[in-house]
Design a protein around this ligand. Sequence first.
Ligand code: CDP
Length: 224
Amino acid sequence: MPIPNIIAIDGPAASGKSTLGRRLADSLGYLFFDTGVMYRAVTWGALLRGLQIGDEIVVTYLAETAQIDVRPPSKDDGRACDVLLDGVDITWETRRTDVEASVSPVSAYSGVRQALASQQRRIGLRGRVVMVGRDIGTVVLPEAGLKIYLDASAEERARRRYEEILQRGGQADYAKILAGVRNRDEIDSTRAFSPLRAAEDAIILDSDKLNADEVFAKVEALCR
Ligand code: CDP
């Protein structure tokens, strides 16, 4: 079987999708594209401009008109990619806790999703891509040759996010992170437009039972 030209990885917050996706893209020489950063960029733009997150019309207008660029990392400071909003580097702003608290409501707006998903699809259809998100296998690139749905318990995912923040030198509260993860899961999986779910033809992996190396080895074997 040839290596799939388009690989979709979906799953809930902090399930290890980006770690897996980046590693897989590196090993195949493919583009790694993490679609979550686009939703985070729109959310940061809305907060920066003082927009009401609950105002669907203005937030959608922002998603339709903002210039979001995702580029290979220009700095060696732990970033996976550069995220630019209207030419300004906002990579670390997209990881802020206020962005994290508002990103799921923003992502639930159908117009926001249409604006971002059409850009993602255009990039994905060029091929040789590993695209990571919530709706890649179901909506953005249903023709993907390999679809992975990476899951893990909320407790384990919160623990990983907690460690990640500490490793970056930040301060974190495990209970708050767990509550945030659960809240995002709830909004992401119950929204009306492209909710988080596994595609029917996705391979479901539980990363509670597999460490990062084991997940990677399994998916790489599926590719080759
Ligand atoms: O890294 P983490 O898994 O915590 O989140 P992310 O992948 O950066 O995504 C942040 C948020 O963007 C998610 O909680 C979803 O609300 C939204 N998202 C989405 O709706 N669809 C995508 N394809 C990617 C992200």
